[in-house]
Design a protein around this ligand. Sequence first.
Ligand code: HEC
Length: 111
Amino acid sequence: MTRLRTLSLAGLLIVFAGCTGGLDDEKLAALKPQEAGRKVVEKKCFSCHTIQGEGGTRAPNLSSIGERLTPEGLKQFITDPQSVKPNSAMRKIHLSEKQIDWVVAYLSELK
Ligand code: HEC
């Protein structure tokens, strides 16, 4: 019984680690905001978006998104896509406040 309990606890921990995508805000905070943002984007956005040849093709290429959207526009879209485009195909992605700011710092320099 105890063994089973230990196993399910280990399982829960793995699931939890999967949810945070292995992103550790404390470690990321030691980097430049743009570098931290790049790491968040690799984990959370590359499954759908491409940036300069890396990433997926399910969503628009973000290689020069900084030309089209202002930092404020980016922040609003990333925080809640449907508040900008009510029928946007992009679902809300769980990110911390800091992660959102880092992602905006990174993407707004892509021109
Ligand atoms: C499950 C797929 C998926 C993921 C993951 C995803 N997106 Fe998107 N994203 C989309 C789709 C699809 C669109 C365009 C369709 C729309 O807006 O209706 C889009 C649009 C965007 C746009 C607007 C592009 C434009 O040209 O107006 C931005 C900015 C954006 N995504 C940023 C991000 C960021 C940053 C992340 C990671 C934190 C992310 N997306 C993760 C699917 C995704």
